[in-house]
Design a protein around this ligand. Structure first.
Ligand code: IPE
Ligand code: IPE
Ligand code: MG
Length: 248
């Protein structure tokens, strides 16, 4: 085993996707309101974004709010939206300094107007940044993303712009929110659950999966680097045999 502060990073994934889970339980364990956990979670977001950028991750996708999360109590949803807006406002300078391009994946039209306005502003101001793309998944659900793509493609077929026989994987991928970005190499879920929760079902086809019981507010630099180090030990065969890979 390596010292936790300096794990052996053999390979940096190009795209990391994270389900940031466990904020509520972290707070409840401390007899504090759930929003206290979400607040603490924002610090983890800052640390992980900074660390990812530092080690050369090119795309980072963070699941911040799912289509299913609208079912939570209105008070919690409101608190999350307030935190999100404050995060975006406070992080703009750092994003510019670190050359990070912010994108939003998900149903932006369902977000409160003031959050949308702040998001649009930060996305526009960081549009020229190119060292890392930070995708915030907001009101994101993979099935609704796929349905949206199917609708667009069906519309093009019906309008004669596209022939049914020309439909292929690239075309589907290019109609998802993540169009133009590579698929995640590494998927991380904190908080102990072993599920995808409607996150990037298409894009995660060949991602390496990493689950940890650590709750999101306690997931910092060391824990992120550990996940990256574990990724480097995985053999990605993409259907081939181990022997084929050794032969190059
Ligand atoms: C993840 O933490 C953050 C969001 C879903 C917004 P949770 O709020 O799901 O935390 P737990 O799972 O209840 O601990
Ligand atoms: C998934 O977490 C969504 C986010 C982290 C934003 P949840 O905590 O909402 O997932 P489920 O509902 O327990 O699967
Ligand atoms: Mg949860």
């Amino acid at each position: 085993m390596h010292a936790a502060s300096s794990p052996d990073i053999r390979l940096v994934p190009v795209h990391v996707a994270i389900v940031m889970d466990g904020n509520g339980r972290w707070a409840e364990e401390r007899k504090r309101p759930r929003l206290f956990g979400h607040k603490a979670g924002v610090d983890s977001v800052r640390t992980v974004v900074e660390t990812a950028r530092e080690i050369g991750v090119r795309h980072l996708t963070l699941y911040a709010f799912s289509t299913e999360n609208w079912r939570r109590p209105a008070f919690e949803v409101k608190g999350l939206m307030t935190l999100l807006k404050a995060y975006l406002q406070s992080e703009l300078t750092t994003m510019l300094k670190n050359d990070i391009h912010l994108l939003c994946i998900g149903q932006q039209d369902r977000l409160p107007a003031d959050v949308r306005k702040t998001l649009d502003m930060v996305m526009a101001k960081t549009a020229h940044c190119s060292s890392m793309t930070l995708n915030l998944a907001l009101s994101y659900g993979s099935r609704s993303e796929i349905v949206r793509a199917v609708r667009q493609l069906a519309g093009k077929c019906a309008g004669g712009e596209l022939a049914v026989r020309d439909l292929n994987e690239e075309l589907v991928a290019s109609h998802l929110y993540t169009a133009g970005q590579p698929d995640p190499d590494l998927f991380i879920r904190t908080g102990g659950e072993r599920r995808l929760s409607n996150f990037l079902l298409w894009q995660l086809s060949y991602a390496e999966l990493y689950f940890t019981d650590i709750k999101w507010p306690e997931f910092g630099r060391e824990q992120f680097l550990e996940a990256i180090a574990v990724y480097g030990t995985r053999q990605r065969r993409f259907g081939k045999t181990g022997a084929q890979l050794r032969q190059g």
